[in-house]
Design a protein around this ligand. Structure first.
Ligand SMILES: Nc1ncnc2c1ncn2[C@@H]1O[C@H](COP(=O)(O)OP(=O)(O)OP(=O)(O)O)[C@@H](O)[C@H]1O
Length: 266
């Protein structure tokens, strides 16, 4: 299990619950330090996006305490919050055929005076492998191109602050393997240079194991595990997904995990 440090956390949840329809999610108790890279794993429908929406303050807790930078989440103004935390949701649609440059610039919308916006938008687009899309209209892009533009929007939003929070829901799902690698690398570099923490929902166990310091398990609406990546074992992952897994070690020493047809009882 993950052991917290003595540092003040960037984000802290204590026994937080959320009510959605007839279902209660949580209680979630969790603390996130500046600069941490956390992957959120769990079966489909387990409550991962619900947890992310709670952290983003898109959902209001029914109980418990949620703080960001030692201030209750509900006490943050939306403008101040959006200077410090950015969200990449699962769905990438925007309502109109906006120019890509404008979509990326939406990340900066709370700033009344923003003299560097054009340069930041351009640099954010380059970092997200979307520089060549700047002159295009968003609604004409492919799914993978839209994903990169939205990632650039998130980069632009937190470009010139430190110790922010990136909340990303399946950031690489629509991308080919080469772009997945490039974009994940861009996210790490971007966050590390600014001490931003990353919480990323991932369905790819290998991406989580290879790129993240810490793994949080969500199952049946609850937080069921919080581990340092090196502590991860195949039985823990099998129990999370109720599936048999096999593993292999690559020439460069990376552990690679894949589902297996072999039946096991959990
Ligand atoms: N507003 C809502 N009202 C009622 N139920 C909801 C609401 N939003 C989500 N749910 C349900 O809550 C459960 C958890 O949803 P959530 O989107 O958090 O799952 P998830 O773990 O992110 O799943 P996936 O991996 O499939 O994206 C699902 O069963 C979903 O149908």
């Amino acid at each position: 299990m993950y052991l917290a440090t003595n540092q003040e956390p960037l984000l802290a949840l204590h026994n937080v619950t959320i009510d959605l329809g007839k279902r209660t999610f949580g209680p979630f108790t969790l603390s996130v330090q500046a600069g941490e890279r956390i992957a959120v794993l769990g079966p489909s429908g387990a409550g991962k996006s619900t947890l992310l929406k709670l952290l983003a303050r898109e959902l209001t807790p029914a109980g418990g305490q949620a703080t960001f930078c030692q201030l209750h989440l509900k006490e943050w103004s939306l403008a101040d919050l959006s200077r410090r935390r950015a969200i990449l949701p699962q769905s990438h649609e925007v309502a109109f055929g906006l120019p890509v440059e404008l979509v990326i610039g939406l990340g900066r919308v709370v700033r009344a005076y923003d003299p560097d916006i054009r340069s930041i938008v351009r640099q954010a687009a380059e970092l997200a492998c979307a520089g060549h899309l700047l002159e295009r209209r968003f609604d004409t892009l492919s799914g993978g191109e839209k994903a990169r533009v939205q990632m650039a929007r998130v980069f632009a939003q937190l470009w010139d602050v430190e110790k922010g929070l990136l909340l990303v829901d399946e950031p690489l799902a629509a991308l080919d393997p080469g772009l997945q690698f490039s974009l994940m690398d861009a996210i790490y570099t971007f966050a590390a240079q600014r001490s931003h923490a990353i919480l990323a929902i991932l369905h790819d166990i290998n991406q989580a194991l290879q790129g993240f310091d810490r793994l949080i398990f969500i199952k049946n609406g609850s937080l069921t595990g919080d581990y340092i990546s090196q502590q991860m074992t195949i039985p823990l992952l099998e129990a999370l997904y109720d599936v048999s897994l096999i593993s292999a070690v690559s020439d460069s020493g990376e552990v690679i995990v894949a589902p297996s047809k072999a039946q096991k009882s959990f």
